[in-house]
Design a protein around this ligand. Structure first.
Ligand SMILES: [Ca+2]
Length: 472
């Protein structure tokens, strides 16, 4: 048995996912950094308990348990790290050196949201934070991410998941070398202009994604291509205004646009779309009985109206997009956000947009990136999906050890100009994750560089012009 690493005056908090504050699954990571690891159950009664199972039961049918929501939104994390710092200090008082304990945070998705909420709300809680693929703009992102469901219902075309996958493969094949390196990774989705109608007639065989009983072979139809084209345009109102960012070309639609084979009708039905139903139940219906949602009665316009209500109801606690991080910066804090370019749940552009909001608000629209990079650095992870490596693009780099780079930044002043990528496949040559707004490119001889393109942010990030008021 190898000895435990020495304690190095660090506390590492690991954040939750989905409707859970619990970072239990990542907790072991702290050991390798000489850190005390902590997580919270959010006050929901145990590590596996979640907001959606608690909020209406605890409040009573028809009543939101506001304390549970407050705890989930920000308070549980604050109380935890406050206590953890005191406990670590007391426990290790015999061996701790004089330096103040450094507190770190890592979380992705909901965990990323918790990390940003912490630095927006309690700017001295953490010395260093990794807020990855953060689920900010929560009142919007949770319901809107299932817009594939009502789009399929509206277009009366419930797609075979094998068609989703066939189109995805076509996109990846067509856009792979736009970055200059043929490695099965779409490292530059911004340079990818694939027209989905080119996939009409693409055949598949031996596909089991449809589930038991479903056909294993088929081909992409006109209706499949029309649907997927509409999905990649993103959620638009009837008047054409954009409610939210589109996903990058090449994502896996089979979760957010999940369908299930019906052996009786020999067709596909819509899947369950739990996040949409959770929001519907908790905040729109406020009823302990899970609603039965008929997606043919749902539209982007209707959801937009309900999101507007949701911002008024819970936005102050959950939106988590406050762009002024001056207090955190003044306290010496450092923050890293990374987001996979093939994120299939939270569109990559939303993190880029938030980062640009912070830059504009704190330093001005024409500020040099070096100013925000002094304390906040943002990275696009080529090919990665939501908080993980992407089985469809396994040669992409993944920032597995970004915490080590964050620690070096906080404790030694070594700011990361790139993140170190590890790969799932040994054949990849990608081990460097470029810092926004630079992006990876390979020249004809295989030479790699992180390239700066004029107005990259302005051309990459769409404008959700449906929102006439600020939605911080
Ligand atoms: Ca490539």
């Amino acid at each position: 048995m190898s000895p435990l690493p020495a304690y190095k005056n660090r506390v590492l908090v690991t954040g939750g996912a989905g409707w859970s504050n619990s970072g239990a699954s990542s907790m072991g990571g702290g050991l390798s950094y000489g850190a005390v690891s902590v997580y919270t159950d959010g006050g929901f009664g145990g590590p596996s308990s979640t907001l959606n199972s608690d909020i209406l039961q605890a409040g009573g049918n028809g009543t939101i348990a506001w304390s549970a929501l407050e705890s989930y939104a920000f308070l549980a994390n604050h109380e935890m790290v406050t206590n953890a710092r005191q406990l670590a200090s007391a426990f290790y008082s015999a061996t701790a050196d004089a330096n103040r304990i450094k507190t770190y945070y890592f979380g992705c998705s909901e965990g990323g949201r918790e990390g940003l909420k912490a630095i927006q709300t309690y700017p001295t809680d953490y010395d260093g934070v990794i807020a990855a693929a953060p689920g900010i703009y929560l009142p919007l992102t949770q319901p809107i991410q299932n817009f594939a469901a009502w789009t399929m219902a509206q277009m009366q075309h419930i797609i075979d998941p094998c068609a989703f996958v066939a189109i995805q493969k076509d996109i990846i094949a067509a856009c792979d070398d736009a970055d200059g390196l043929q490695d099965g990774v779409v490292s530059r989705p911004d340079l990818c202009n694939y027209n989905i109608s080119n996939s009409i007639g693409t055949a598949w065989s031996n596909c089991t994604r449809g589930g038991p009983g479903a056909p294993t072979s088929g081909m992409v139809s006109d209706a499949d291509a029309r649907l997927v084209t509409t999905l990649y345009e993103g959620p638009l109102l009837d008047n054409g205004e954009r409610t939210w960012f589109a996903y990058n070309l090449g994502i896996d639609w089979t979760s957010n646009g999940g369908t299930v084979w019906n052996n009786e009708t020999r067709t596909f039905d819509l899947g369950s779309f739990s996040y949409f139903k959770d929001v519907y139940q908790m905040f729109w219906a406020q009823n302990t009985a899970m609603p039965i949602v008929n997606f043919t009665e749902i539209s982007t316009d209707l959801v937009y109206q309900n999101i507007t209500s949701l911002f008024r109801l819970i936005g102050g606690w959950t939106t988590t997009a406050w762009p002024d991080l001056s207090s955190f910066r003044a306290a010496g804090g450092k923050v890293i956000t990374w987001h996979g370019t093939q994120d299939q749940l939270l569109p990559t552009m939303m993190s880029a947009s938030y980062y640009e909001d912070v830059r504009r608000h704190m330093f001005g629209p024409n500020s040099k990136y070096s100013q925000i990079q002094d304390f906040y650095r943002y990275f696009h992870v080529p090919g990665a999906d939501h908080c993980s490596i992407n089985p469809a693009e396994p040669n992409g780099p993944f920032p597995q050890y970004a915490i080590a780079q964050l620690i070096d930044w906080v404790e030694r002043g070594e700011a990361p100009d790139t993140l170190n990528g590890t790969t799932q496949s040994g054949s990849s040559t990608q081990d460097t994750i470029c810092m926004w707004p630079s992006a990876p490119v390979w020249d004809a001889g295989g030479g790699f560089r992180c390239e700066l393109t004029a107005n990259f942010a302005q051309t990459y990030i769409q404008t959700p012009d449906a929102w006439k008021i600020s939605i911080f």
